[in-house]
Design a protein around this ligand. Structure first.
Ligand SMILES: Cc1cc2nc3c(=O)[nH]c(=O)nc-3n(C[C@H](O)[C@H](O)[C@H](O)COP(=O)(O)O)c2cc1C
Length: 313
């Protein structure tokens, strides 16, 4: 399953850019979903507000949606030959705080489309996004272009796309972007998406058949996809008390160490996941270590219980 997030840069109920994303929802390749989001609820960026209250809840929610996606499609209006302030403001908030920007943007596939009633179909606004996306470290897809001009004539009164040729172009654009997204999606990104969405279904594809799982409590390595999935689902169930978060990441070419923290009751749990993957992007080794001893003592019986009871997958 490939999850795309479509972010429209307009607040208007009758926005042609939001309509373009809605049209995209029915022209996706099989196995792909596209959620449409808008900048509603995001205030004007104000450093004082941020210092006082942190990132607003609408921003935090959108950051999590992007982080859980495999790729992001920006549908940009064009104002005065540039990016509308509303849209740029949203992206600026999403890049805060800087320490969390990589989780949201870095190496994430992005593509830009846009619609305008004028004759040039947002060409300048689309170009203006390039330095922004480069600064954020996003992986920009330049393999296709979609600039919808005379947008007033291509959507009907209900906002549905009424131009079959444009529908075809949109489908082709989406197919290209999805292919790019799937190629770019590493084992680690897919693991993060599973953790963020608490949806363990992707584990069947992500785990190699002969994957080896090593738990902090069990001496014998567990071999195979089924048992590894069982342990990971149980661990997600036990550790994800609403406090679970990754706090550090160290990468090698086909392996990484991810440090996490969580709290169970009043017990602080700190640990690392050591993950290796093969050339096909499937996880071949998954080792978990925990500290301090009190955390291990807390987690062990809960894991045993979750493994016996079959934690909800
Ligand atoms: C302040 C302002 C400036 C605009 N400048 C441009 C422009 O430079 N190029 C263009 O094609 N359309 C321009 N437009 C028209 C927008 O493309 C049009 O309002 C469009 O419907 C906005 O996108 P939306 O329907 O998704 O809200 C401008 C509109 C506004 C309000």
């Amino acid at each position: 399953m490939t999850r795309l997030l479509g972010l429209s840069g307009s607040l208007r109920a009758g926005s042609v850019n939001t309509a373009l994303l809605r049209a995209a929802q029915s022209r996706l390749p099989p196995g792909v979903t596209l959620e449409v989001a808008t900048p509603h609820g995001i205030p004007l960026y104000d450093g004082d507000l941020e210092a006082r209250e942190g990132v607003p809840s609408a921003v935090a929610a959108l950051k999590d949606k992007i982080a859980a996606s495999d790729g992001v499609l920006l549908a940009t209006p064009e104002y005065n030959n540039g990016i509308p302030g509303v849209f740029k403001n949203a992206i600026d908030w999403l890049s805060r705080p800087p320490a969390d920007a990589a989780r949201v943007f870095r190496d994430r596939p992005f593509a830009v489309i846009g619609a305008s009633p004028g004759g040039f179909g947002t060409i300048l606004a689309q170009s203006a996004w390039l330095p922004v996306l480069r600064t954020l470290g996003a992986r920009f897809w330049s393999g296709g272009r979609l600039m919808v001009s005379r947008a007033g004539q291509v959507f009907d009164a209900e906002g549905a796309l009424a131009d079959p040729k444009l529908g075809e172009q949109l489908g082709q654009f989406l197919a290209g972007f999805v292919a790019f997204t799937n190629a770019a999606s590493t084992a680690l990104e897919r693991w993060h998406a599973i953790v963020a969405t608490r949806d363990s279904n992707g584990l069947d594809e992500l785990l190699a058949d002969d994957v080896v799982f090593q738990s902090p409590a069990v001496h014998t390595p567990q071999v195979g996809k089924a048992i590894t999935k069982k342990y990971l689902v149980a661990a997600m169930h036990v550790l994800d008390t609403g406090q679970f978060r990754y706090v550090g990441e160290w990468h090698a070419e086909s392996s990484a160490v991810l440090e996490f923290e969580t709290t169970i009751g009043d017990v602080h749990v700190n640990g690392v996941d050591m993950i290796s993957w093969n050339a096909a992007g499937q996880i071949t080794k998954f080792k978990v270590m925990l500290r301090p001893v009190k955390a291990l003592q807390t987690v062990m019986p809960l894991m045993a219980q979750a493994l016996q009871g079959g934690a909800p997958g």
